[in-house]
Design a protein around this ligand. Sequence first.
Ligand SMILES: [Zn+2]
Length: 326
Amino acid sequence: MVTAIEPVLRRQLIDRRQKLVTASSVFHRPVELTRLLAEVDSALKRMDDGIYGLCEVCHDPVETERILANPVERFCIDHLSPNEQRALEDDLHLAAQIQSTLLPPPSRVIDGWEVAYHYQPAGAVSGDYCDLINGEDQSLYFVLGDVSGKGVAASMLMAHLHAMFRTLTSINMPLEQMVERASRVFCESTLPTQYATLVCGKACAGGEVEICNAGHLPPLLVQQGKVTSVAATGLPVGMFSSESFSVSKFQMQKGDSILLYTDGCSERSNHDGHEYGVDRLCDMLRAEPDLSPRPLLESGLRQLETFAQGNAPVDDVTLMAIQRTH
Ligand SMILES: [Zn+2]
């Protein structure tokens, strides 16, 4: 991976070197400047020697997202000094705190609807996006997405999606156009390898529901005890700048529910390597079709834990349940 991005990083390093040299005429701390220049020159020399991006202690590749953030990085996470490790942990802790403030309240009751969600990062931060946004006419937008990649980089993209959907829902445009715009902006402002699968829905006061599924796992609908799924009608957002999307529409009755989830849930595996799977989620909904959102999520999570037999989740787990209450 580092080899693929090395030309880009080399240009960045040369650019940084030029800026440091320019700054030398006005810079009042020549010692600091000399140190920074030496760091850049050393990185450029490592590129020439073919050892760039390798940890100086263990010679394993330095984590790609860390070398992208800091092209002069010389050590993998395991071989940072204790002070550096503590600083990194502090940063992660802060990122996790910021991410938690981007989440909506854990449950919500509005005109005719009740919603609850469960958001569980596999590490300090999550690459899942989960949101509830009030629309006009007492409608409610619900969004659940999964960003490509993991860790801090994925959590930054999650924050990007959050800001975009918060802005787009305030304009009150048709759902498919909203997702199209989100896809274009996401595509134009992220790396080519970055995209997100997501479901964006709108629940209206009269019980109508619209769902746009952009490459995400199918939301499950429970209507009068029968379980159906809403297959994806578009690619993930951010893959191409001119993607088009379509919307599925449903009329929900009292007691009907929708369950959204990320692959951290459906692909949760047990010690034998078997995945939980969408079918088990469907079975759970068939067995308990009338449960209101919070008990439904609790039941789902209990079954997931029982299935996993203590095997810790390796991916972020997010579940959202929405029920029509009258
Ligand atoms: Zn190392």
